[in-house]
Design a protein around this ligand. Structure first.
Ligand code: HEC
Ligand code: HEC
Length: 388
């Protein structure tokens, strides 16, 4: 630092010089105006921000801010926006899902697609924890992606399961609780045999199956007549285990959902119908989703009205002839009719005029049968058939 006299008197410098020529010196100017403004604005913003948003931690929490904003509320708003968007963008589909029956949804390819796509997330949120992400099942929870159903694979049955829940019940030690340990071992061998299609040879086991009254639920041969209990003949285990025979012994000994027995097999499918977790439309989507995962019973489309044959109203010539004419006309417009049906109708009229009543009725009947058959074919071929 130089010690000589300040060569710039009145310049608002501090008197510090950094070089011998006294060129580089420390000034004492105010900061530039833009800089000060930025500082003021910044300070004001901080105060406003601190009032408006949650900012200052106190008493184990923080001030909530006058805007009541949180990240959670912002996320919820976004989800709601997405839902609103879906409701408007897919309003038609959402309405159709609400109004149509499960069968109608499955038969409508576009609507089914929509239901399945939107149900995937619902399945992940509500079902996958137990049934696996793709419905492939988990230990203790049944596979949904196969055609082995405990409670049936029709739309109505799946709907009943998901709506009302299911809790399979099986008594311990046989229906009357009268099987001893040795008998249970023999019976378990029989059940293992059944699962491999060898039940017939195990006479002692079969007798115990009768004594335990297992057929009441599992059917006379291990195949339940109605979807009420596990099928014991298909080798698909509801209570899968590394030691399958031990699992069978346990099931017979301790039953399923037997209250007060710690070793009982648990099987509790929650009821979603009134749980409030999902609404009615979402439940429908899930039923359609599960139905198409694999093994859902085929839905047969109803015959559209244009292919439904007109019934014959009595056995008189006029009745038979008018049915034949009506059905022929329908078949023609469905582009699926035999020309000689028309010729037969003409011929039948001629015979009728000529007084040959029986022959006329017989021919009119034949023409009608042919027209009805043509309609049946048209219904299957969906207008695609040729016209003969
Ligand atoms: C807490 C676990 C759990 C959750 C969550 C759950 N399930 Fe289940 N589910 C079960 C159990 C256990 C069974 C078997 C009940 C039995 O064996 O009696 C079952 C059975 C079923 C069946 C019958 C399968 C058959 O073979 O007949 C269907 C269908 C089904 N669940 C669908 C669903 C759907 C759809 C969801 C989601 C909305 C769902 N489950 C959520 C545990 C669960
Ligand atoms: C009251 C009806 C009922 C009777 C009686 C009954 N069961 Fe069951 N059983 C069931 C039901 C329901 C299940 C399936 C449990 C479920 O998934 O909810 C089952 C499951 C089983 C299983 C497990 C199958 C698997 O795939 O893991 C075995 C083994 C079995 N039963 C054997 C028997 C034998 C042997 C008897 C006769 C001593 C018998 N059951 C009597 C209702 C019955």
């Amino acid at each position: 630092m130089s010690k000589h006299k300040n060569p710039y008197p009145g310049e608002n410098n501090t008197g510090h010089f950094w070089d011998d020529d006294s060129d580089i010196r420390e000034l004492n100017n105010r900061p530039p105006r833009w800089y000060m403004w930025a500082l003021y604005m910044g300070t004001i913003s901080i105060i406003i921000y601190a009032f408006y948003y949650p900012s200052i931690p106190w008493f184990g929490n923080h001030n909530t801010g006058s805007a009541n904003w949180t990240q959670i509320s912002e996320m919820k708003e976004s989800v709601q926006q997405l839902e609103d968007y879906r409701q408007t963008r897919f309003a038609d589909q959402e309405k159709a899902i609400q109004e149509k029956s499960l069968e109608e949804i499955v038969l409508d390819e576009d609507l089914r697609d929509y239901a399945v796509k939107t149900a995937k997330v619902l399945f992940g949120d509500n079902c996958a924890a137990c049934h696996g992400a793709g419905g492939q099942g988990n230990v203790g929870f049944p596979v949904l992606a196969d055609d082995d159903w405990l409670y049936g694979g029709t739309l109505a049955q799946i709907n009943a399961t998901v709506t009302y829940g299911k809790k399979g019940n099986m008594p311990a030690k046989g229906m009357l609780g009268n099987l001893n340990d040795q008998e249970i071992e023999t019976l378990a061998d029989y059940v293992m045999d059944l699962s491999q299609g060898k039940g017939k040879d195990n006479v002692a086991g079969k007798a115990l199956y009768t004594k335990g009254m297992c057929m009441a639920c599992h059917g006379p041969n291990g195949k339940p007549p109605a979807p009420t209990a596990a099928n014991l003949t298909d080798g698909i285990w509801r209570f899968r285990a590394d030691d399958q025979r031990a699992s069978v012994v346990r099931t017979i000994k301790h039953g399923v959902n037997k209250i007060g027995d710690l070793n009982t097999q648990d099987a509790d499918m929650p009821a979603f119908g009134k749980s409030g977790v999902i609404n009615a439309a979402q439940l429908k989507k899930l039923v359609v989703y599960v139905h198409q995962l694999g093994g859902g019973a085929k839905v047969i489309p109803p015959t559209p009205p244009e292919f439904l044959p007109v019934a014959t109203n009595g056995s008189s010539f006029d009745a038979v002839l008018s049915a034949a004419e009506a059905n022929y006309k329908k078949a023609l417009s469905a582009k699926m009719a035999w020309r000689d049906t028309g010729a037969m109708i003409k011929e039948a009229k001629k015979l009728h005029k000529a007084g040959k009543g029986d022959a006329a009725i017989a021919l009119a009947k034949k023409a009608n049968t042919q027209a009805v058959n043509a309609l049946a074919q048209a219904a299957v071929a969906d207008f695609a058939g040729p016209r003969f």
